[in-house]
Every structure is written in structure tokens, then in C-alpha cells.
Design a protein around this ligand. Sequence first.
Ligand code: OGA
Ligand code: MN
Length: 199
Amino acid sequence: METLLNTALFDALYAQGYAVVPHFLPEFLRDALYTEACTLYHNQSMYQASIGQGPNNQVAIDIRGDFIHWLDGSTPAQKTFFKLMHAYQQHLNRIFYLGINNYEAHFALYPKGRYYKRHWDNFHGRGNRIVTTVFYLNPQWHAEWGGQLRLYAQDEQTVLEEITPQPGLLATFISSEIPHEVLPTRRPRISIAGWLRRN
Ligand code: OGA
Ligand code: MN
């Protein structure tokens, strides 16, 4: 499993500010996490995500349309997932001296037609999110279903890459360097978005 934490990933992060690793999650783990997310959604344990901090916090589905549920490490699959992310954290700290000491992650489900407009996960480096991770959990995905993650250069205009949410794929980037958006999806799109933080 850790074999995909290889030099190509860290080379790409260093050179471009982002990296894409197909099939990062082993199939058993992707499948277990997918099943958990589906169950949470059907049990109405996911809630509409919001935008903005503090008094500006609001639900605005015309900007951000996903339902989320924060992982708490309470299931075997989540424990395995957090172990894997701890290994990623240690590699990042050893290679780039990032001083990351925390990881938070939520399941996300974008129903048909939903999207997340262009945004920064850490605007001007003012927040404590250092590295973003997004894992895609659907057992299959076709490009014509939409839902691509579009990465932009810091000018917020130049498109760097459009990532189709393939099963088990990891998209990871420096949170203060890569504005990005989720294009409208034509199928329910299930993922785990997470942030390695320095508190
Ligand atoms: C986010 C986000 C990207 C994705 O949750 O902040 O940008 O591809 N997610 O789901
Ligand atoms: Mn984001």
C-alpha cells in the first residue's frame, strides 16, 4: 500500500505543486470506504456542506453542492485510511520539513448536477491547511459523467489539469498554491477530501 508513496509523487508535488496517483487506494479499502459513505448518505448522516468561516459561514449550494460527513476513525476502514495518511504526513515532513501534525478528512457526496466553484483551500497561506488530499471512491467513472477536479495556476485562469474521479485515485496539492473547482457531475460522486495541517 505504501509503495505508491514513491518519489514520483514527491517530485511532482515539488515541481508542480500537485500530484495525481491513479489507484492509490487498494481496492478493498476503496470499496469499504465507498460502502461506508453510501450507508451514511442513506441514513441521512451526511449534511449539506457550507462555505465561509465564523459569522460568514453559510450553505450556498450554487457555490458548493456536496454533502459531507467527517471521518472519526471509528471503523476498521477509517483506521487503515488514517494510518496511510499518517505515513504520507511523515514522508512530507521528512522530505519538505512541513511540520504537519494533524489530518482531517470528510466523506463528500455530490448529487447529480452539483459542483463546487473555483476556490482555494488555504487562501494566501493564512490558514493551517498545508496539503490537500482528495480520494475518489466510486467503483467506476466515465469522463462523460463530468465531476472533474480542475486545477488552476495561481493566476486562477490557466488550467493545469482536469482530473477525472477514477476509482481509488489520489489528487494531492499544496493547499495555498492551487485554486481548483469541481465541475458539475451527472452521477452521484463520492470522495474523501482531507487536509494535512500544521496547528
Ligand atoms: C474540497 C474540494 C475537490 C474534489 O472539498 O475542498 O475541492 O475533487 N474537493 O472533490
Ligand atoms: Mn477544495
